[in-house]
Design a protein around this ligand. Sequence first.
Ligand code: C5P
Length: 231
Amino acid sequence: MTVAAVLVAAGSGERFAAAAPKAFVELAGEPLLVHALRALLGAASIDEVVVVVGEQRRAQAAAALEAAGLPPAALVAGGATRAESVRSGVAATAADVVAVHDAARPLVSPGLVDRVVAALYDHTDTSHPLSAVAPALAVVDTLKLVEPTRMQVLHTIDRRALWAVQTPQVFARRTLQRVHRRLKVTTATDDLVLVEEAGGRVHLIEGERRNFKITYPEDLAMAEALLRTSC
Ligand code: C5P
């Protein structure tokens, strides 16, 4: 079994509102994608990595990897949506298993990557070939369903059954390609939903709090603080 990580880093990062795409924003002096890539390369289960960046960003990404002392990675051009970027990345590997990870989660640990890959092996059997595994955290906030124009609360949602999903999300490559081929609308914000809609089985394992997604500028300050405390 060979395992490829597909690191998606081709988003524009509109909510982050920086001059550069979010994956190239620096955290402790290095772009987010370099941090994420280092963790993926450090995972014993990962044999190869494909990095998906914006069409115009390949040279910049190659330079960032070299500056960080990381080995050259396969660099492919992404698409207009995350799903299209994933599809491009998966097309660039022949590995048996694919772990799709967001560059916007730079503090993922190699150990978590290995645990998710191992969980896919545990959950795959021949009767259910359409399987996927991802890390997730139990929701801690109280959740309200809201009527958006007046911001009026309709009701409170029982959070005990709700989990916030992270990446890496791990699949057999053939499964991922099969569900992507079925995809008509390419606005899916993760790949698990494609397996769910195809009638497959999706399992979650306990994620890590530090594996949060850098979305807003203040998230960077939190990530910097976490990096300092874990050195
Ligand atoms: O926008 P969001 O934070 O949900 O993006 C999640 C990940 O998907 C990011 O790492 C981003 O770079 C990637 N992405 C991509 N191609 C797109 C949109 C998002 O690779 N067109």
